[in-house]
Design a protein around this ligand. Structure first.
Ligand code: DGY
Length: 338
């Protein structure tokens, strides 16, 4: 097996430590790119054309690049989300896709809660008031926020991260929890008293709506102008999923006209968020630069898991997290034949 795996080649992009690259080197020849940009794109494509595996954060791989990668068997993304990757094309080619769920659940839930706290209590706006030397007198009602404690929290998409946010809300802040999900979540209902709702009912009843649902064709602009109009004018919208789930133009309109009180956004239709986006300067909006999982500990754990996924796939031991398990079944036979 050692001799067979030595022949394999891997392209690695971003977010990998020396130790992780060394672990990969034990099973494959590794071409590492700190970044892929205009200067080195040709080298990246050349490396990809010889690669059996590719690993990285924010991997840019489209169908035409796959055509240029005839040997490719595994894509290991350092992210839980894979909406940036062409899953249909990978499936068609039988290329295994691995991702990194679980290890980022708690950190991403923390990020959601940071945005909830910041929007309810106007933390950024009021911290900037102090920083700008504009705190001249005791603050009055014009600077008051609204409570977090006891407010109804609506979770759109109660998967792993949504459930972790719900636990924080129910157990830490005594919040009634509403959620949407394709199937009921008995654990959330029994332990937290959470209630499963249709989306429209959740939007109408929640004080804080937290969008945690994966982005795909079905969830594109799920929160559109109609959905926003169903929310209470006193409510806040938090988005830690993907920018495409929310119609950003409709959101800006709702915030401008105060049909929605506030928004806390970690993800955007276009990232990095263009500096001239109205969202960068609205007092009732808190924006963060897609930091859902961005802590030292969690990013390290994600990279580690992505490396383990790739090594497991290339050596035939099996990946820990396969998105398209059918591709893995196809791969095992080709590894055995190699
Ligand atoms: C993920 O893992 O999908 C997070 O959004 C970080 O990119």
């Amino acid at each position: 097996m050692a001799e067979k795996t030595q022949k394999r080649r891997v392209v690695a992009v971003r977010r990998l430590s020396q130790a992780q690259l060394a672990a990969l080197s034990e099973v494959a020849e590794v071409d590492y790119f700190e970044d892929v940009n205009e200067t080195n794109r040709a080298d990246f494509l050349c490396a990809l054309s010889k690669a059996h595996g590719v690993i990285g954060g924010k991997l840019e791989l489209d169908e035409s690049m796959l055509l240029n990668a005839p040997l490719l068997q595994v894509v290991s993304t350092i992210s839980v989300g894979y909406d940036h990757l062409p899953l249909d094309a990978l499936n068609k080619r039988g290329i295994l896709l691995c991702n990194t769920p679980d290890v980022l659940t708690q950190t991403t839930a923390d990020t959601a809660f940071a945005l909830i706290m910041a929007t309810q209590r106007r933390l950024v706006e009021l911290a900037n008031l102090v920083r700008d030397g504009a705190w001249k007198a005791h603050i009055g009602t014009e600077h008051f926020g609204v409570d977090v404690y006891g407010k109804t929290l609506g979770i759109v998409g109660a998967g792993r991260i949504g459930a972790a946010i719900a636990r924080r809300g129910a157990m830490g802040f005594d919040m009634p929890i509403l959620y949407t999900a394709a199937t009921p979540k008995p654990a959330l209902e029994q332990h937290l008293g959470a209630q499963r709702k249709e989306l429209n009912d959740l939007l109408a009843q929640a004080d804080i709506v937290c969008v945690c649902i994966p982005y795909n064709n079905d969830t594109h602009h799920l929160i559109d102008a109609d959905a926003l109009a169903r929310m209470k004018p006193s409510a806040a919208l938090i988005n830690i999923a993907r920018g495409g789930v929310v119609d950003e133009v409709a959101l800006i309109e709702a915030l401008r006209h105060h049909s929605l009180r506030a928004a806390g956004l970690d993800v955007f239709a276009k990232e990095p968020l263009p500096a001239d986006s109205p969202l960068t300067s609205m007092a009732n909006v808190v924006t963060t630069p897609h930091i859902g999982s961005a802590t030292h500990e969690t990013r390290e754990a994600m990279s580690q898991l992505a490396v383990a996924n790739l090594i497991g796939a290339l050596t035939g031991e099996g990946p820990l997290n396969a998105v398209n398990i059918d591709a893995w079944k196809g791969m095992t036979s080709s590894i055995e034949e190699a």
